[in-house]
Design a protein around this ligand. Structure first.
Ligand SMILES: [Zn+2]
Length: 346
């Protein structure tokens, strides 16, 4: 199985000087090291990312917002866009490269140049809305790639599955009225950015094509499994996607410093296996995994490594962190039943 691999040395150059920000270059370095350590890098098919053009960005982002980022590029100093989100003079260029990596990954998979693809990128993207940067994100990477798939590659149904611990509000906003993308998000709730309520299901022609699964703190491997079996699988089967793009965030891992969920690396591996099975059953195996959050760099590095193993068809599995400390897992039955009824998945 050929696996496209998209990354770039520039992804380690977006860094807030003199400030220990969780969205740091150490994250991408951990991924590179984990893939190198497992001797995976030479087995992946390197695809050189190119910066997403202004025209490609404009298919998701507003002119006003792009001009703002261009002005930041002309500043000769780091800028805080909000209290979480920084930009340096080079950051917009690096973000264009991250978005462009997703676009090229999607293009390579849809054209059949590779079977699947893995994008190891930063800054992350799923909080960036059409007109705003926020939550460490500058450009809405996955949304830009999905829009490219529908507008330029002729796809009619793309599934975006976002299992980052935070709600992908930016991705949701980009497709809220667009039935050509089914957006499914599992996220800790209530939690940053305080969106992703189950009642948010889309608008206009997009009604029903946004599916939010807001999960209580301490949801772990079995809870996520239940959500995949009872919600994600039936929704995906009904939608019949032609391509699956995963917003793969590792901040739902129990050791993540920013969130309070309890997925283990074994649980994450189950999710990746499930997505691969889904892609094989529904869309000829066409799937692109895109790195989003994840602030325990060991969980992030090993998690990305495990995805690469799975895409390559290996049985190898790496877990230096092990099980979550003992705790009570919440019962999701009522929540799941409510979402099944709301989206008529029963
Ligand atoms: Zn996140």
């Amino acid at each position: 199985m050929s696996v496209g691999y998209l990354t770039h040395p520039s992804f380690s150059k977006h860094a807030m000087p003199g400030y220990n920000h969780p969205e740091s270059p150490e994250r991408i370095k951990a991924v590179w090291n984990a893939l190198d350590h497992a001797q995976l890098t030479p087995r992946l098919t390197a695809i050189e990312p190119v910066e997403a053009t202004r025209e490609i960005l404009r298919a998701v982002h507003t002119e006003t917002f792009i001009r703002l980022l261009e002005r930041l590029e002309a500043e000769n100093r780091p800028v805080l866009i909000d209290q979480d989100t920084y930009a340096l003079p080079r950051s917009f260029q690096i973000a264009r490269l991250a978005a462009g990596a997703c676009v090229r990954g999607v293009e390579a998979v849809v054209r059949g140049d590779v079977h699947t693809a893995l994008a190891a990128i930063r800054p992350p993207g799923h909080h960036a809305t059409p007109n705003n940067a926020m939550g460490f994100c500058l450009l809405s990477n996955v949304a830009i790639a999905a829009r490219y798939a529908t507008q330029q590659l002729g796809l009619e149904r793309v599934l975006i599955l976002d299992y980052d611990v935070h709600h992908g509000n930016g991705t949701q906003d980009a497709f809220y009225d667009d039935p050509r993308v089914l957006f499914i998000s599992t996220h800790q709730s209530p939690f940053y950015p305080m969106t992703g309520h189950l009642e948010e299901t889309g608008t206009g022609a997009g009604v029903g094509a946004t599916l939010n699964v807001p999960l209580p703190n301490n949801t772990g491997d079995s809870g996520y499994q239940q959500v995949f079996e009872q919600i994600v699988w039936p929704a995906a089967r009904r939608y019949q996607p032609q391509l699956i793009i995963v917003s793969a965030g590792f901040d739902a891992h129990w050791a993540d410093p920013l969130a309070q969920m309890r997925l283990t690396l074994a649980g994450y591996d189950q999710l990746a296996r499930s997505v691969l099975n889904m892609a094989n059953e529904l869309c000829g195996g066409r799937v692109v995994f895109v790195m989003e959050g994840g602030y325990n760099v060991t969980a992030l590095g090993s998690g990305m490594r495990n995805i690469a193993h799975r895409l390559l068809g290996d049985d190898d599995f790496d877990d230096p962190l092990g099980d979550a400390p003992p705790s009570h897992e919440p019962d999701l039955s009522a929540l799941v039943a409510q979402i099944v009824q709301l989206h008529r998945l029963g």
